[in-house]
Design a protein around this ligand. Structure first.
Ligand code: PMP
Length: 410
């Protein structure tokens, strides 16, 4: 059965010659949102999505513990059967209030939110216009719904506009369908941000709908943490906001919020919603508290962005080629997968864990060390990481040694 994966098997085997298996790291103990124990050594976590450090927040843990005692370990059913408790309905209301939308639907993961919403929204007669760098869950949702998929150049509103015009010329008047544009707030690999205002102008001009996946931008962007749509002043143009709770909120789960009439019908049309068990009540209770903290703790966002700048500036100063935007995701571009794997192993030996991202999972087939910061990293931790990365980079010949030595000397 698995013979079809022989090419994968070979490239996986090549990856392992670099040392550890980068895709099978087991943390033996989580010491804090920024540190873990790996075997007998402690590592700095510089490759998580724990942007606000909420995974270990005492009040979230307390809320989860209380709900665990009260409601048990799981719901054993889907939202449309026995799996809706008061906490699920209350969290949906809380998200709707937070985002200023009429209705919200919870999903058990962010992946399921995209798959469940996109497959239910866009059927055979509809067009989905997807940014070329879209997350796998967006592509999978598109495939499941059977919509016609048009990819536009990453973050390129002109290309989006051109493709929408072409689609309009070719539309069959008998089955015109709808057009749905899908973009992400912050892109997960390079940390760049969608030009949402320009995308929104295209949407208005062409009469399309717009869905923004705020997976990495919720709690991170916008004065109140509502994401890129808030930051760009484009909330009125975003017909559907998708988000996940597995990043800045430190838990798991996903949602979609909308003002579009009859949105609630998706509860009976979205297969990922209907045919999968709902979130455990303890998780939901922690998420509700985390969402309150996202609203109350603007200081965490300030610290997050300060940390992002420290990491970005430090690595740029050391001579690395990074993604185009300062954001909590700071990707180091490397020449080839082999260098990336060696670099990743050396960094782990030096006590720094980052994400390794290789083609085909990366945009433009880039080989990346994806680093990311949390609001709760200290400046000392980030400085230590920058020095470790710069030293190894110089040893591997990835950057010129001189600026690194200057940096370290200063
Ligand atoms: N959308 C985007 C843009 C993502 O990056 C991710 C996760 N990396 C998801 C959706 C899926 O979220 P989750 O991991 O919570 O299922």
């Amino acid at each position: 059965m698995l013979g079809k994966y022989s090419a994968l098997k070979q490239s996986y085997a090549r990856l392992l010659t670099g040392g550890r298996d980068p895709f099978a790291v087991v943390f033996d103990e989580i010491l804090s949102p920024t540190e873990a124990r790996l075997g007998s050594s402690d590592v700095l976590l510089l490759g998580t999505n724990n942007y606000l450090g909420l995974t270990q927040d005492p009040s979230c843990i307390e809320a989860a513990t209380e709900a665990l005692q009260l409601d048990g370990t799981g719901t054993t059913g889907s939202r449309i059967a026995n799996g809706t408790y008061g906490v699920h309905a209350a969290l949906e209301e809380q998200i709707s209030r937070f985002l200023g939308r009429r209705e919200s639907m919870l999903f058990t993961t962010g992946y399921q939110a995209n798959v469940g919403i996109l497959s239910a929204l866009a059927g055979r007669d509809d067009n989905l216009l997807l940014d070329a760098d879209s997350h796998a869950s967006i592509y999978d949702g598109a495939r499941l719904g059977g919509a016609k998929v048009t990819r536009f150049r990453h973050n390129d509103p002109d290309d989006l506009y051109r493709r929408l015009r072409l689609l309009a010329e070719r539309t069959d008047p008998a089955s015109p369908g709808e057009n749905l544009i899908v973009v992400e707030g912050i892109y997960s690999m390079l940390g760049d941000v969608a030009p949402l205002r320009e995308m929104a102008a295209v949407k208005r001009e062409t009469g399309a709908y717009l869905l923004v996946d705020e997976a990495h931008s919720l709690g991170v962007l916008g004065q109140h943490g509502r994401g890129l749509a808030e930051e760009a002043g484009a909330e009125a143009d975003a017909d559907f906001i998708v988000g996940t709770f597995s990043k800045s909120m430190g838990g798991i789960g996903g949602f979609c919020a909308s003002d579009v009439p009859d949105f609630e019908l998706l509860r009976l049309a979205s297969r990922a919603y209907m045919f999968s068990a709902s979130l455990p009540p303890a998780v939901v209770a922690a998420l509700s508290r985390a969402l309150t903290l996202v609203q109350e703790r603007g200081d965490l966002r300030t610290r997050l962005h300060r940390n992002a700048s420290q990491l970005y500036d430090g690595l740029t100063g050391a001579g690395f080629l990074l993604g185009p935007t300062v954001s909590p995701i700071v990707a180091i571009r490397l020449a080839d997968p082999e260098t990336a794997v060696t670099f990743w192993n050396r960094l782990l030996e030096a006590g720094v864990y980052v994400n390794l991202a290789l083609p085909p999972a990366t945009p433009q087939s880039l080989s990346l060390l994806r680093t990311s910061v949390s609001a709760v990293h200290t400046t000392t931790q980030i400085a230590r990481a920058v020095d470790a990365i710069a030293t190894i980079g110089a040893e591997l010949g990835v950057i010129q040694a001189e600026p690194v030595l200057q940096r370290i000397a200063s």
